[in-house]
Ligand binder design. Structure first.
Ligand SMILES: NC(=O)c1ccc[n+]([C@@H]2O[C@H](COP(=O)([O-])OP(=O)(O)OC[C@H]3O[C@@H](n4cnc5c(N)ncnc54)[C@H](O)[C@@H]3O)[C@@H](O)[C@H]2O)c1
Length: 135
């Protein structure tokens, strides 16, 4: 199983990478991240030497770069954590939120359709998916 994890140098994405490598040591995990102010490569230092892990610096809005990666890697699953995630910053600079959260997401979904990816998982918030029951 090969999984592309976008935004894997961020808070939740990096923890997902650690969880998957730990729980499924035979899976190949490719982390795609633009390394914005929110992404930190040193967060992934402990897995950089893992032969089942690879880091690629790409912007999810870069259609050519994303398509090239999908073509080379043929992932089974794509999990998208790449986002402008700090809502306060959207008041100062909304455009980057539209670029990454909408155009970038659309680019990934187009790539999934083009290369026949069997599962695309969009990580988002409770505002989008709704609350979980307390239990
Ligand atoms: N942190 C939380 O408590 C929380 C709660 C609910 C939902 N979420 C959702 O989970 C997702 C990830 O959140 P997080 O807290 O890990 O965010 P984060 O800001 O810590 O990390 C985002 C990552 O995405 C990367 N990134 C940003 N723009 C990119 C682009 N254009 N191309 C490629 N990479 C890009 C950044 O470099 C960074 O590594 C978001 O959709 C967020 O809304 C987070």
């Amino acid at each position: 199983m090969k999984i592309i994890v976008t935004g894997g140098a961020g808070f939740i994405g990096s923890n997902f990478v650690f969880h998957m490598l730990n729980k499924h040591p035979d899976y190949d995990i490719i982390c795609l991240d633009k390394l914005t102010y929110a992404g930190n490569l040193s967060t992934l230092a402990s897995v950089m030497d893992n032969p089942h892990f690879k880091f690629v610096k790409i912007d999810i809005c870069d259609r050519e770069g994303v398509y090239k990666l999908f073509e080379e890697e043929h992932p089974d699953i794509v999990v998208n954590f790449a986002a402008e995630s700090h809502v306060d910053r959207s008041i100062e600079n909304p455009e980057i939120f539209l670029q990454t959260n909408i155009i970038g997401t659309a680019t990934l979904m187009d790539a999934c359709r083009k290369y026949g990816i069997k599962r695309y998982h969009q990580v988002s918030t409770d505002e989008v998916y709704g609350d979980l029951p307390l239990d």
